[in-house]
Structures are given as C-alpha cells and as structure tokens.
Design a protein around this ligand. Structure first.
Ligand SMILES: [Zn+2]
Length: 112
C-alpha cells in the first residue's frame, strides 16, 4: 500500500508551505482501491505523520476528482470520480487508467 508515502508527501508539503491541515482539503484522483478504505488508511497515516494536528484529521475534507477510465470489453473511454464505475455503454465494471492514487492539496481559503 502506498498510503504511507502519500501521507508523508502531504505532511512534507504542508510543513514546507507553513500550512496546517485545517487550512486545506485533499483531492484524490485515480487509484484502484476501494475509496472508503483508501481514505481510512490515508487518515490513519496522516495522524501518524502529523500527531500535533490530529484533531484536524477527522474533519479533513477528502474529495474525489474524475479520472480517465477505459472499458476492457468495448473500449469506451470516459471520466469518472468512482473507482470502478460501470461502463456507460455495456455496463461492465471498468478500471481507472491511473493505477495509484494521486493527491492534490487545495487551499480552503487565502492565507494572509
Ligand atoms: Zn463497455
């Protein structure tokens, strides 16, 4: 699982920019893991990486951004924020083209 590495990256980016968890939300794109499990793992690793900001982790907003999917059966390409959405044409489960989740840090409000 690469959630530990992602959490470390988020913690490092926040430190470098002088931000706290309460000032940002996370946007996740891609990945093939169950979204709920991924988020739970991510929060657990963030709590370990940023122990002094642990209370902010519970209220941290994590949203899903659409990413590219391709149907293995009929080849239709489409965008969806769901991890394994059904193909809009033939209905079979599809997989994201991006195998591992990518996290973007978004500022909730302007600082200063
Ligand atoms: Zn299809």
């Amino acid at each position: 699982m690469h959630e530990a590495g992602l959490a470390r990256g988020v913690a490092k980016a926040l430190r470098e920019r002088g931000l706290r968890l309460g000032q940002v939300r996370l946007a996740v794109r891609g990945g093939r893991h169950d979204a709920t499990e991924f988020e739970a793992e991510l929060r657990a690793h963030l709590a370990a990486e940023i122990p002094d900001d642990a209370t902010a982790i519970a209220s941290l907003e994590v949203r899903r951004l659409p990413s590219g999917h391709m149907c293995p059966t009929c080849g239709v390409e489409f965008e969806s924020e769901i991890v394994a959405p059904a193909c809009p044409k033939c209905g079979v489960d599809t997989l994201a083209e991006v195998t591992d989740e990518v996290i973007e840090i978004e500022l909730m409000e302007a600082v200063g």
